[in-house]
Design a protein around this ligand. Structure first.
Ligand SMILES: [Zn+2]
Length: 476
């Protein structure tokens, strides 16, 4: 795409984790037998009246505050009319010209700001299930509260799109207002894509790719769509404004329908709901209640604890991990040790993103904290800490159960010398390799010293001593 530039905006739907639906008291719980989490209100039977869930407004305001939005003191709900089987009322209650939040932004790591045009609240639709050649509909999801976050077309690369979405996901998770699980549909994204010749200002014609439910699919769909549009333009054809879907099997996007305009939906004010008013006091109270956000934690880890940015990024990437770290560093002299234990030994036991997301390990943060404090107090050495942490990960036991008084005593100088001499005597090949310049061979000898002392010896001291002994013997 060397001569062309991507212009992209995202519309992200996030399901809010309120206990009940937006207009009734049905549960929002994911799953359940089809059509068991519904009532006359959420499937819109005639004569029913919706009642707005206050928590939905609070959560949406929190989302707005955390993304630097203005909160509208007055907003309203509207009907968006369309006929589709997932929507039993034939209209969705949403917000049209008066959204709850507007004019915010999310800042990317390269310093660019992706402006947020609006955040509005609305109800989710039901789900169509295609089985054995028939289509069924499950209304359990109908009426689950959503926020839709719409950006300006400020995104200029696929990487920026991904980073924006990752940051948004993290912020919402820190706020605790959504689990943002793309695989369960609690975060979904429509991507608007157009291209224009480098250096020009005017926007090209855009297409919208609907309902992306994974980062990987989004990146692939965008790449395909960018190339498709460039090919069209280069061969003198035109991009048609339309809605497209990503086809996973063929890794391409394909046309779904022509693009609707707002007038196609015949928006009008929802007559059954009153105006939404959010007072300045309410906004102030919610602002007060906002937790520390990911970028603020990252900065604190760097500035206060001296944790390198790349490590800090890993610690804050998932809320549960960040909270575990917070609990494990309580009263510890050097939080960097805790960070290293987590990123090294603990993370190596986790397989992939979903394991990190659910983050369950055998070691409680209190036990890790107790272990690191033993190091702080000079009662154990770093290698015993590491060996003990492995055992803790295996058994779930507290450090006190695994480390004896004798272990804490370490290994005295005479004992260490004799263990080192034995290790040298029983590893003649490694010794001659080391003497011929293979420095790595020393690790094998050190390994047997650590084994013989059950990890109690100071590895640095032992290494120094080994070198002295080997070189001393060789000089004779
Ligand atoms: Zn209901």
């Amino acid at each position: 795409m060397s001569n062309y530039e991507l212009v992209c905006g995202l519309e992200t739907h996030i399901e809010l984790s309120t206990k009940t639906k937006i207009f009734c008291s049905c549960t929002t719980e994911f799953g359940g037998d089809p059509n068991t989490h519904c009532c006359p209100v959420c499937i819109g039977l005639p004569g029913t009246l919706p009642k707005l869930n206050k928590k939905v407004v609070e959560y949406a305001v929190m989302a707005g505050l955390a993304t630097n939005c203005e909160i509208s003191p007055v907003s309203k709900m509207d009907r968006k009319n369309y006929v589709y089987p997932d929507l039993p009322k034939a209209y969705q209650i949403s917000q049209y010209d008066m959204p709850l939040c507007k004019n915010g932004y999310v800042e990317l790591s390269n310093g660019r700001k992706v402006r947020i045009l609006r955040i509005h609240i609305e109800e989710d639709a039901g789900k169509l299930v295609h089985q054995r050649g028939s289509t069924y509909v499950d209304y359990n999801r109908g009426g689950v509260p959503l926020i839709e976050i719409v950006t300006e077309p400020d995104i200029r690369s696929i990487d920026e799109a991904r980073e924006y979405l990752e940051r948004l996901q993290l912020v919402m998770r820190f706020l605790g207002i959504s689990d943002c699980k793309m695989q369960e549909g609690s975060m979904r994204c429509d991507v608007n894509v157009s291209v224009r010749p480098q250096g020009t200002e005017a926007f090209g014609t855009r297409t919208e790719i609907k309902n992306m439910n994974s980062f990987t699919h989004m990146a692939k769909a965008m790449e395909y769509e960018v190339n498709r549009q460039i090919d069209l333009l280069q061969s003198g054809e035109k991009v048609v404004q339309e809605t497209r879907r990503y086809n996973e099997e063929d890794d391409c996007t394909e046309s779904m329908r022509g693009k609707e305009d707002a007038h196609d939906y015949r928006y009008f004010r929802e007559p059954d709901l009153v105006t939404i008013q959010v007072s300045e006091e309410t906004v102030a109270q919610l602002r007060e209640k906002l937790p520390e956000l990911p970028h603020q934690r990252l900065e604190r880890y760097r500035a206060e604890f001296g944790i390198p940015e790349a490590d800090a990024q890993q610690l804050i990437k998932y809320r549960r991990i960040a909270d575990y770290f917070e609990a494990a560093i309580d009263g510890v002299q050097n939080p960097k040790v805790v960070a290293n234990c987590m990123i090294g030994q603990i993370f190596s036991r986790l397989d992939g993103d979903s394991a990190k997301e659910s983050f369950q390990v055998n070691v409680t943060p209190e036990n890790l904290n107790a272990l690191v404090k033993l190091l702080d107090e000079g009662k154990i050495k770093m290698n015993l800490l590491k060996a003990t942490l492995e055992k803790m990960l295996d058994t779930g036991k507290a450090p006190g159960e695994l480390i004896s008084e004798a272990d804490m005593g370490g290994v005295d100088a005479d004992a260490l010398k004799s263990v080192c001499e034995q290790a040298i005597a029983s590893n003649p090949n490694a010794v001659s390799d080391y003497l011929s310049g293979k420095e790595k061979a020393l690790k094998a000898i050190l390994g047997s010293v650590m084994k013989a002392t059950r990890g109690r010896a100071d590895a640095m001291e032992a290494e120094k001593l080994l070198i002295q002994l080997i070189q001393g013997a060789n000089a004779k």
